[in-house]
Design a protein. Structure first.
Lengths: 349, 700
């Protein structure tokens, strides 16, 4: 049986799809392992949150440094080309694949990452005897162009492409994917194997993930770190117009200066998950009391609003190992919206 | 709320935390109770003392042999909860917690305050404070505060959220000889709030007017109901601070609650007949005026003065306050002509001239007050060589005795020479002001009170209407399922249409072909508008195309809108594009609604379209319980009204349908509390009928 390499851009929903497919294959009676050859950050293995999740969910006996042997950051070349990684990956894969039917391989944040060292997703896919599944998060027509461009590269490189899965599909785009994008892909010989609608439960980052990205201090709501953040609103408006803006956003993070008690209180009257107070300005105690009453977390950060917003751009969502509901949703998505049988057939071919 | 009457009239009071040491709060309360000649029993409680101020002191509440009806707490914050438990066991009914250190200090304090409220609820006790000065009742009498000085007996009930303001007002009132019936310091309003004491004072036979200083209200709906009830019995004058932007911020920080918008407070006060004072001075003046003067039968004001300037100032101010400077009857004018020197001004304001002795004032005041066209009088006196301030005061007091139905206000402009006469008037209950503006404002407040009472009698209910609630529910269900809070234009149009509001035909297209099909169906010309809950101002991002009169134009506009929107907002994917039949332009109105955090839905009406932000021509009403008359008045307050009635030879527009439309919008937002914001802008108004062109709705 072949292995499955799930690739796509960061935040495209690769891991959720890898998780769902792995669980499905397992349910179909196959022995499944998860492999993440190139992790995102920090020291090898131990910090890769996706590896931690999959180890637990798939009950893998392999240690984390085998499941995720390498880790490359934005400046990985500063040290060297890391020729040793190739061997690390080879050995880890050999160990993981020994007793299983199929390995689900999760690509790096970008498919092109580590191309300089010959360990980009496409090269690894060929080396690891895998077929490719390309996960797309398309927001506009150019997004589809990028997907086609990448599909063609895969086939030119001799990789077997099973097909594309559209993930995090927002309702306004749904009709367009079905009516325009999918026919174009069909015409070019690329299969669409799934269209998964966006689900805030697994797409929206949690307050905890915001806190990790921002640092700072949690002033209230240590027990609210699991709340979802679906939208971000910057509170720089007058109090009269504030409610109008704040009411339009659901489960939001509101970023304001710590001295704007009026805006903070207005935000607490609307659907808010977290208040991020910038500039290191401690808020009025009454704001904290009200936040505690409303069950909203308050994070104090010491940088300005612009920097805060920049940092928020890097927040991404990871499914937590303990969260049954999210894990089940990942599986349900595969069963309901994906042609998993066709993917399985491609692995057996 | 009769249940709280005995708070200020208990048979026995325990002072928990009583002290021997002069200067301590625990001592001041005991001394004040004794000095106020409180007729019930006073029980100081302090385990360390045997007697305090000559009264036997008890080690605990349980040690008091008799029943205790009320307890005043001066113990430290940490000891309050335990003391409250003991009160509960003892069967105490009312607690006045003077102790500070609760909600106002933050989270821990808030938790303590909550625990205190829980204990009170469990033991069936009512709680005043914490963090307050206590209460006074000059008729009980009882002074359970630690303020130095006790007011003279009077008919004004004063309820204040600020202890400092309360103490300052009492001090000033004493120097002016003004008395009070009840004085309540609300503090943190953990349990009892302004609502309870307004209701209590409204039923109190010793109170003729209620004055309040507040920074916020706890429960807008309850406040409206209570205030409306109270106003039917006696005047209620409220000074609410935090009206400015910075003031609201300050109030938010101070009270820890989001202030309802100031316009909501003004609207709410207006609609339930509360007289809103705009300054401390006005609050005071109005309370004094109501306490001592009869309510005028109308807003026709007469002025008698010995100097032209102040007369003009008073007249100017009257116009600003919507008070009429009345026209005298022929008889009055003739009498004045005969009785006054030829140079005197015999029309309103009557100028008795600078050389007027007291007798000339007396003559003019008497004649003017007799006039049936006069509802109230202001006597303006300026010091000249021959002015007789004391004699004029005597004359005014005598004439007042003969005309008990009409209010008289005096203005003694000047200093030392006027002081004696001024004090004489104030003591006898004729409000005497330093400057004309204050007197006019006081009269205006009284006239407004009368006007409100009359309007209430004439109120007309709206005709019954059965809306299509199911459609609205279905639309909201879809929007919520889509995880959105903002309705698309076509959805919002469907919602208001279900409430009988005529809308321009609007439907959504997902591609150019659909758009053309819809346009052909509606008939050209049409308008195309981008549909996305993320876009608040569509035309700012090139999301609106008007006057499209062919299939080709519609196709091009569709693509153009999509590209423009993508250019300005690359991260937003529109749901589609709305095709709307282009309507003939009418008079453009806006009907808006925002849900105030305190008072609920607030409906705004005014000139719509692009003029909204330019002219800010809007008038507000609370949506609940709106009457036809109120809507008419609301419209009449706008400039748009002039247009609707036919400006410069134009034919009048369909006012009746406008009124129905406003009432339907009000019903919609009242029926569906999940609507947090709504805007119909513009609403085209024609000679017959209306059409809503653009509807925005946000739900929660």
């Amino acid at each position: 049986m072949k292995n499955l390499f799930v690739m796509g851009l960061g935040n495209s929903g690769k891991t959720a799809i890898a998780l769902g497919l792995a669980l499905k294959f397992k349910a179909e009676g196959y022995q499944v392992a998860y492999f993440k050859p190139v992790g995102g950050q920090g020291c090898p293995g131990s910090t890769d949150v996706d590896a931690v999740l999959m180890k637990e969910v798939l009950q893998m006996s392999a240690p984390l440094e085998v499941i995720a042997p390498c880790s490359a950051g934005y400046s990985y070349l500063s040290k060297s080309l890391h020729p040793e990684w190739a061997e690390l990956i080879r050995n880890a894969f050999a160990e993981l694949s020994r007793d299983v039917d199929v390995v689900v391989i999760d690509g790096a944040t970008f498919p092109h990452a580590l191309a300089a060292s010959g360990m980009d997703s496409v090269s690894l896919c060929k080396q690891l005897n895998a077929v490719a599944l390309s996960v797309l998060r398309v927001k506009n027509d150019f997004g589809l162009d990028a997907a086609i461009f990448f599909n063609r590269y895969l086939t030119n490189q001799g990789v077997e492409l099973v097909g594309n899965v559209f993930s995090h599909v927002e309702r306004p785009v749904l009709a367009k994917i079905e009516g325009i994008y999918q026919p174009i892909l069909d015409q070019m010989g690329f299969k669409t194997l799934g269209i998964i609608p966006v689900q805030p439960q697994i797409a929206a980052p949690t307050v905890g993930e915001y806190y990790e990205a921002l640092g700072g201090e949690i002033l209230v709501g240590e027990n609210r770190l699991d709340s979802l953040v679906e939208e971000v609103v910057i509170g720089a408006m007058t109090i009269e117009s504030a409610l109008t803006y704040l009411r339009r956003a659901n489960n939001k993070a509101v970023i304001i200066g710590g001295d704007r008690a009026d805006l903070a209180l207005a935000a607490l009257e609307t659907s808010t998950s977290v208040l991020v107070l910038t500039g290191g300005l401690y808020p009025d105690v009454k704001v904290l009391a009200r936040a505690a009453e409303k069950g909203v977390a308050v994070i104090l950060v010491h940088y300005d609003t612009y920097t805060t917003v920049e940092k928020l751009g890097r927040v991404s969502r990871h499914i937590k190992p303990g969260n049954k509901e999210e894990i089940n949703l990942a599986l349900a998505n595969i069963e309901q919206y994906c042609d998993w049988a066709q993917i399985l057939a491609a692995l057996q071919a | 709320m009769s249940g709280i009457v005995s708070l200020t009239n208990p048979r026995s009071i325990a002072v928990v935390g009583a002290s021997k040491a002069p200067g301590k709060v625990g001592n001041a309360v005991v001394v004040n109770l004794i000095n106020s000649k409180f007729g019930g029993r006073i029980y100081p409680v302090n385990p360390k003392e045997k007697t305090i101020e000559g009264l036997p002191c008890f080690p605990s509440l349980a040690a008091i042999p008799d029943e205790v009806e009320a307890a005043v707490f001066t113990v430290p914050a940490k000891a309050v909860l335990k003391a409250a438990e003991e009160c509960g066991e003892k069967g105490v009914k009312f607690l006045a917690v003077l102790t500070a250190g609760f909600k106002e200090l933050g989270r821990e304090g808030l938790e303590m305050e909550r625990a205190l409220v829980d204990t009170c609820r469990r033991c069936d006790m009512r709680l005043l404070g914490p963090n307050c000065l206590g209460f006074m009742d000059t008729h009980t009498p009882a002074n359970a505060t630690f303020i130095s000085g006790y007011p003279i007996q009077g008919e004004i009930a004063f309820v204040s959220q600020s202890g400092a303001i309360l103490a300052a007002v009492l001090d000033r009132a004493r120097s002016l000889g003004i008395g009070f019936s009840k004085v309540i310091s609300l503090g943190n309003k953990a349990d009892l709030s302004e609502v309870d004491f307004i209701a209590d004072a409204a039923d109190d036979s010793h109170t003729s007017v209620i004055m309040c200083y507040i920074e916020d209200v706890n429960d807008g709906e309850k406040f409206l109901a209570t205030a409306a009830q109270a106003v039917r019995k006696k005047p209620l004058v409220i000074f609410k601070s935090g009206t400015s932007q910075a003031g609201a911020l300050a109030a938010s920080s101070h009270t820890g609650a989001l202030a309802g918008s100031d316009v909501a407070y003004s609207t709410a006060f207006n609609q339930c007949g509360v007289i809103r004072a705009t300054s401390m001075r006005e609050l005071f003046d109005l309370a004094v005026a109501f306490a001592n003067q009869p309510v005028p039968k109308g807003d026709n004001l007469a002025i008698v003065t010995n100097s032209g300037g102040p007369g003009i100032i008073a007249t100017d101010w009257a116009e600003k306050q919507n008070v009429k400077i009345t026209r005298f009857t022929k008889e009055t004018i003739n009498a004045l002509r005969e009785g006054l020197p030829p140079e005197a001004g015999i029309y309103n304001p009557v100028d008795v001239l600078g050389d007027a002795p007291a007798d000339r004032f007396r003559f003019a005041v008497e004649k003017v007050l007799k006039d049936e066209n006069v509802d109230g009088l202001i006597v303006l006196v300026c010091p000249t060589l021959v002015t007789q301030p004391v004699e004029i005061a005597q004359a005014i007091l005598e004439i007042r005795g003969k005309n008990p139905d009409k209010p008289i206000f005096a203005v003694y402009m000047g200093g030392e020479t006027m002081a004696e006469g001024s004090a004489m008037l104030a003591e006898a209950g004729v409000p005497c002001f330093d400057f004309p503006e204050n007197a006019v404002t006081a009269f205006a407040g009284m006239a407004n009170y009368r006007q409100f009472a009359e309007q209430e009698r004439k109120a007309k209910e709206l005709p019954a209407f059965v809306p299509d609630v199911k459609t609205v529910k279905a639309v909201f269900y879809d929007v919520k399922r889509d995880n959105r809070l903002v309705l698309l234009g076509s959805e919002a149009a469907e919602v208001v249409a279900a409430y009988g509001i005529t809308t321009a035909p609007t439907l959504m297209a997902h591609n150019p072909d659909e758009a053309v099909a819809l346009a052909e169906n509606f008939g050209y010309p049409v308008v195309l508008k981008v549909a996305s809950p993320k876009i608040l101002h569509k035309s700012d991002v090139g999301g609106v195309k008007m006057k499209l009169d062919s299939a080709k134009a519609v196709r091009e506009a569709f693509v153009d809108i999509m590209e423009k929107v993508h250019h300005y907002l690359p991260d937003v994917t529109p749901h589609g594009i709305e095709v709307q039949k282009m309507m003939t332009r009418g008079i453009e109105l806006i009907i808006g609604m925002t849900r105030d955090v305190q008072f609920g839905p607030l409906v705004a009406v005014g000139l719509g379209g692009i003029y909204v932000n330019l002219f800010k021509d809007v008038s507000f009403r609370l949506a609940s319980g709106m009457t036809v008359r109120e809507i008419e008045q609301q419209l009449a307050e706008t400039k748009a009204y002039t247009l609707l009635r036919g400006y410069r030879g134009e034919k009048p527009a369909d006012l009746a349908t406008v009124i129905t439309t406003i009432s339907r919008a009000a019903k919609l937002v009242t029926d569906f509390p999940e609507i947090t914001e709504m805007d119909i802008n513009p609403l085209f108004v024609y000679q017959r009928g209306v059409a809503a062109m653009d509807v925005k709705i946000t739900i929660s």
